[in-house]
Design a protein around this ligand. Structure first.
Ligand SMILES: [Mn+2]
Length: 201
């Protein structure tokens, strides 16, 4: 895994599969991160989330609107999912991020933690008002995408001493609520990132 990516997930107790899935992809000047929470839990939720990751992977060069549109088309016939997609542009040091449904985005920049919003709806069953935001990224900024199996928390900074992978694991351990599948995908911005392997988990 790339050093600046952290991922942790845990299925709801008793479920053999996780209905949340995260993915990250490294293009020459672009990183794409996505996290999907298939509605409910279990096999059908996992199927919706897996198809969302496949649709993202097939459309990595598009902007947020294009990726969401592709995912919405692909997920028709599934249970649907909440989805967040983040595109990091390494030439401009910008983040474009958008979300639909009950899924969370935190940006920690220069010590300040900010919650970014998403639109209502279900990917695969239609949504309105997708509102991608584009923000400047500074070296060291941390983006955290997480599902509703993790409670809101205000202290991401305190979890990052050991890096983003340890941080993702710590957030899940501390704020995972045990009521749903839970997952968190973290990215730490490095303008000189030379990339590693794509991963889907
Ligand atoms: Mn959920």
């Amino acid at each position: 895994m790339a050093l600046n990516i952290g991922y942790a997930m845990l299925p709801l107790a008793g479920e053999p599969v996780c209905g949340d899935q995260g993915g990250w992809w490294q293009l020459p000047e672009r990183r794409v991160l996505a996290l999907a929470d298939g509605l409910g839990h279990g096999r059908h939720a996992a199927d919706a989330a897996a198809q969302a990751m496949q649709a993202v992977e097939a459309h990595l060069a598009l902007d947020c609107e294009g990726i969401f549109s592709a995912c919405d088309a692909r997920l028709r016939g599934t249970r649907g999912a909440a989805l967040v997609v983040a595109i990091i542009d390494l030439r401009c040091n910008t983040l474009s991020v958008a979300a639909i449904g009950n899924i969370r985005i935190i940006l920690l920049s220069e010590g300040r933690q900010r919650r970014l919003g998403g639109g209502r709806g279900i990917v695969g069953a239609g949504y309105a008002a997708l509102a991608p935001e584009t923000l400047a990224l500074r070296a060291g900024d941390v983006l955290a995408l997480f599902s509703d199996g993790i409670d809101e928390f205000a202290t991401l900074h305190d979890c990052l001493e050991g890096g983003v992978q340890a941080g993702a694991e710590q957030v899940l351990a501390r704020w995972g609520n045990g009521r749903d599948d839970s997952s968190i995908l973290c990215y730490q911005h490095d303008p000189n990132d030379r990339g590693g392997d794509d991963q889907r988990a």
